[in-house]
Write a protein that binds this ligand. Structure first.
Ligand code: AQP
Length: 324
């Protein structure tokens, strides 16, 4: 049995990239593996200096999407990071096992530092992420490809801690689904699909209306070849649509190319839109049906499990360091 950890920032509406790159795999894992922690990492989203009310709504909506997506709550603990102060405590300890230069080399730091200005939270964010994973001694981390570098840093931090203070942490592995690990914007396929994108037509949000989804796919940027062929370098737009179709239907890329070998782009775009509409429909329905009482029950019992696990790790870490 693996211990699985993964997180999502409540930095806006959950989008198709989050669902296919991460949450879909969480649902699968929750049915196969009996120890999983899925966390709404609200402390991370503070790096974007969000508005208080927007953040509150986003935390609640993200929690609802995780439950609505079908994660098995019998095997999985879903909770909010700021409710468990052990994350921030361990982060301080782990900061002593990470070099400033390593943090400065993180691609996401370089990208975000230029748009938000440079405060130290943006720089030290990956240490908090390492703490999120290691607090539960997770050895499997299902995330999208954009998180590969951060996970590598987590592994280095864990190894350095273990070398100095004994084998406390497992060295976690990143896992992702066979497709969908990096969905790109429908309007700017050179950029990843993102909550904070300037062009909302490039992102499919979980609660987009059917007509809007169809419109977004119909107006997605492709190329002039009109052949449904996967070639992310030369045909990023159509390759992204192939990736989406394959991920939603749990198919290989090659199977998808074969299925649409005689289709024009217009026809293919509609097929992708329809498959996404069908995929999002039950999530939206479940989301709308969730009451605050349902959620409260999940929040209270899950937080207790998360706290038990985190406190166990903290005791071991403190003993290893000689600070208990
Ligand atoms: N475009 C994507 N394709 C595949 N996976 C993705 N993920 C995010 N975008 C894509 C995966 O979703 C999980 C949660 O991500 P997050 O919300 O914590 O952070 P993020 O990567 O910063 O997401 P966004 O949507 O791009 O938010 P903003 O705009 O706030 O930066 C992670 O597993 C991530 O890999």
């Amino acid at each position: 049995m693996n211990t699985v950890f993964s997180g999502i920032q409540p930095s806006g509406l959950v989008h198709l990239g989050n669902l296919l790159g991460a949450i879909n795999n969480w649902v699968k894992l929750s049915n196969e593996n009996s120890k999983n922690y899925f966390c709404i990492v609200d402390l991370h989203s503070l790096t974007g200096l969000p508005n208080k009310n927007d953040l509150k709504k986003s935390i609640n909506d993200t929690l609802k999407v995780l439950v609505a997506s079908g994660i098995n709550t019998k095997t999985s603990v879903i909770y909010t990071q700021s409710n468990l102060q052990e994350h921030a405590y361990l982060s301080w300890i782990l900061s002593n096992f990470c070099q400033v230069g390593e943090l400065q080399r993180m691609t996401q730091f370089k990208e975000k530092a230029s748009s938000f200005g440079t405060h130290s939270g943006l720089l030290t964010y990956p240490i908090l992420m390492a703490s999120d994973i290691l607090i539960h001694k997770a050895n499997e981390v299902p995330v999208g490809d954009d998180q590969t570098q951060h996970l590598e840093l987590t592994r280095n931090i864990a190894e350095r801690f273990n070398t100095n203070y004994g084998e406390i942490f497992p060295i976690p592995e990143k896992t992702s689904g066979k497709s969908g690990a990096r969905l790109m914007s429908l309007r700017h396929p050179e950029n990843k699909m993102s909550k904070s994108s300037d062009d909302i037509n490039g992102t499919i949000y979980f609660n987009d209306e059917k007509d809007n989804i169809l419109k977004k796919f119909k107006s997605s940027v492709t190329d002039s070849e009109n052949i449904v062929r996967y070639d992310p370098k030369n045909k990023p737009g159509i390759s992204n649509l192939i990736e989406i179709y394959a991920a939603v239907n749990d198919k290989e890329i090659s199977e998808t190319e074969k299925e649409f070998e005689n289709s024009q782009y217009g026809e293919f775009k509609i097929a992708v839109a329809e498959t996404v509409i069908d995929y999002l429909d039950p999530i939206k329905k479940n989301f709308d049906d969730l009451t605050s009482d349902n959620l409260e029950d999940i929040v209270v019992s899950n937080l207790k499990s998360a706290k038990d696990s985190a406190q166990k790790t903290i005791i071991e870490v403190e003993e290893a360091l000689g600070i208990s």
